[in-house]
Design a protein. Sequence first.
Length: 396
Amino acid sequence: MTRTIIDLHVLQSVPPSNLNRDDTGTPKTAVYGGVRRARVSSQAWKRATRKSFHDLLDPSELGVRTKRVAELLSDRIRGLDASIDEPTAWNLAAETVQNATGSKIEVPKRRGGAKDDDAPAAAPEAKYLMFLSARQLDGLAELAVDGRDDITTFFKDKDNKARAKQIANARHSVDIALFGRMVADGADINVDAAAQVAHALSVHQVENESDYYTAVDDHKEREDDDLGAGMIGTVEFNSATLYRYAALDVDQLRGNLGKGLRDDEPVTEPVRRAVEAFVQGFITSMPTGKVNTFGNHTVPDAVVVKIRSARPISFAGAFEEPCKADAGSGYLQQAAARLADYVPEIEQAYGCARSLKMFTKVTRSLSTIGCGTTPPERPDGVVVCRVARWCSVCRG
């Protein structure tokens, strides 16, 4: 059966930075091809991609992942019926989410165990992060209001409980449809992810470095006070040219989102918006680890988008042998050339070159890769090529 798979391949150079650190504050790394590489975890870049959706999509198309789901839902409940007080709304929300997902929603002991009668009441929370769409929260709020007179008895009715589960398992947001959802206590409402994101790896060997810094006390009582620093410390970092990869199963995405919900748009419109947001979000986003310290705001140097009809294919193997920088040349040119040679070889060897379309975008600095010819001058400094090798004179 023919499928629609979108592969995203990105080369991106990042100056000194600490995008994604471990529990000791050290930039994450991995051994690949026998050498230590810089690594940015898939979770870090998925989080950055999800955050970018807030600038690309309407809030109604997004979800919220939180333990404080009862508090979030109670705000919607009180928005529908202002006569419901806050503690009652919390109880309605907790019972509704519990019946919709099978998860216990309780006041955490760290907040509910105070013996002081004057201590403020605490909202119940889930034991783990719950991922619900804006539309699902709206639907559950309406259901909770319907049962506000006696919510426990309300959900003893099997039809009402089934309605709660149906609401929690329909009208998924774009981020839930893309990245999936796991509900430990309610596997029947799990959502299989349509997108897969690889750990970003440097195309070359990397050694972490340490920056020793000091901070000066701006205010001292006397001129002869100690002239030393008010604070000293170290922060680890590295710099790298990264290969980033993600795959999107458009058919899975379509199934997760369902058909269009508005009469004024085609049924395929939600999928189109979701695909566009994911491609743009993944390509342009950046994890924010230590960004105030390093200001490492770069954008990709090369992007290859493949549309396949069979299965996704990563080109990480192009860099199994680490790139080695010649004097004054850096890694980027060599990495792009490696990729340009590797892609057609793999696709020809496995017979998948004819089953795809390709879009490539590279900066002017890489525009001679392929045929060695400089392209006509363009005001945006971008060369676009639709052939298997990057050829700057291709008219596509």
